[in-house]
Design a protein around this ligand. Structure first.
Ligand code: NAP
Length: 248
């Protein structure tokens, strides 16, 4: 494949976890990828190295998804160095767990800013150009907590439920312009994020998984790669749960 016909994917939060697995999976599918991260530059460099070994061009840019200017600068650099973006995947996310009665303003606002405003900023920056080219696929990351709710995660659950409504509305706005928007809602996936939870809470959640194990980031990335591809050409405005059968 020549550089001229390679497709470009943008992945927020691509330095670790599900985002990292997505960058590498899309690289294997023939995409050039540009990902952002917040602070972990050495993790980002490692992902660039691995994607490059897979034959993809890969760009890592420090950008805070909650800041519109930061996201627009990331996109401008991506378009300049790799070309127009066809696929956008919003993986950047954080947890700040606390029962509601003890939740601080900072815990509430920081989770909503990264998880929900971050999706708004990435989509606002990328979707108009996709609509003009009549081609695009957006994949947003929600969570089973956004579908079913999870104790000590009112902030996180609200942000992840908001992503589902946001994505369905955007799918209806953009569908006639050839842009698909779908949401992936994982359960317990073995990344740094779930190791931020207290061990007791994590083990309690694991005991509610009929398949009896955590999911792997590459299993979620497989689903994301399907939604990014033309195999999913008639799939939009949908939410895909991937959780080993967990019942919250
Ligand atoms: P993770 O391992 O903690 O990685 C989070 C990634 O997001 C990192 O690359 C991080 O960059 C980046 N990030 C965080 N805040 C950012 C910001 N403000 N701007 C830009 N990048 C930022 O998380 P994960 O487990 O892979 O989760 C990925 C997505 O899946 C999240 O949206 C999460 O809510 C969702 N999800 C995860 C699970 C799970 O069990 N793991 C379950 C359901 C849903 P730095 O490394 O630089 O901080």
């Amino acid at each position: 494949m020549t550089d001229d016909c390679r497709r470009v994917a943008l992945v927020s939060g691509g330095s670790r976890g599900i985002g990292r697995a997505t960058v590498l999976r899309l690289a294997r599918e023939g995409f050039d990828t540009s990902f952002c991260y917040r602070s972990d530059a050495s993790a980002a460099r490692e992902v660039v190295g691995l994607a490059t070994e897979l034959g993809a061009r890969c760009l890592a840019v420090p950008a805070d998804v909650a800041e519109g200017d930061s996201v627009r600068a990331w996109l401008a650099e991506t378009e300049e160095k790799l070309g127009p973006v066809e696929v956008a995947v919003t993986c950047a996310g954080v947890i700040r767990d606390q029962p509601l009665v003890m939740m601080t303003d900072q815990q509430w606002h920081s989770v909503l800013a990264t998880n929900l405003t971050g999706v708004f900023e990435v989509c606002r920056a990328t979707v108009f150009a996709m609509m003009k080219r009549r081609r695009g696929s957006v994949i947003t990351l929600s969570s089973v907590a956004g579908v079913h709710g999870n104790p000590s995660q009112t902030n996180y659950s609200a942000s992840k439920a908001g992503i589902i409504g946001f994505s369905k509305a955007l799918a209806k706005e953009a569908g006639r312009y050839g842009v698909r928007v779908n949401t992936v809602a994982p359960g317990l996936i073995d990344t740094d994020m779930i190791h931020e939870m207290p061990e007791a809470a994590r083990e309690k959640l694991l005991s509610a998984v009929p398949l009896g194990r955590f999911g792997r980031a590459d299993e979620v990335a497989d689903l994301i790669a399907y939604l990014a591809s033309d195999r999913a050409a008639y799939v939009t405005a949908s939410v895909f749960e991937i959780h080993g059968g967990i019942t919250l």
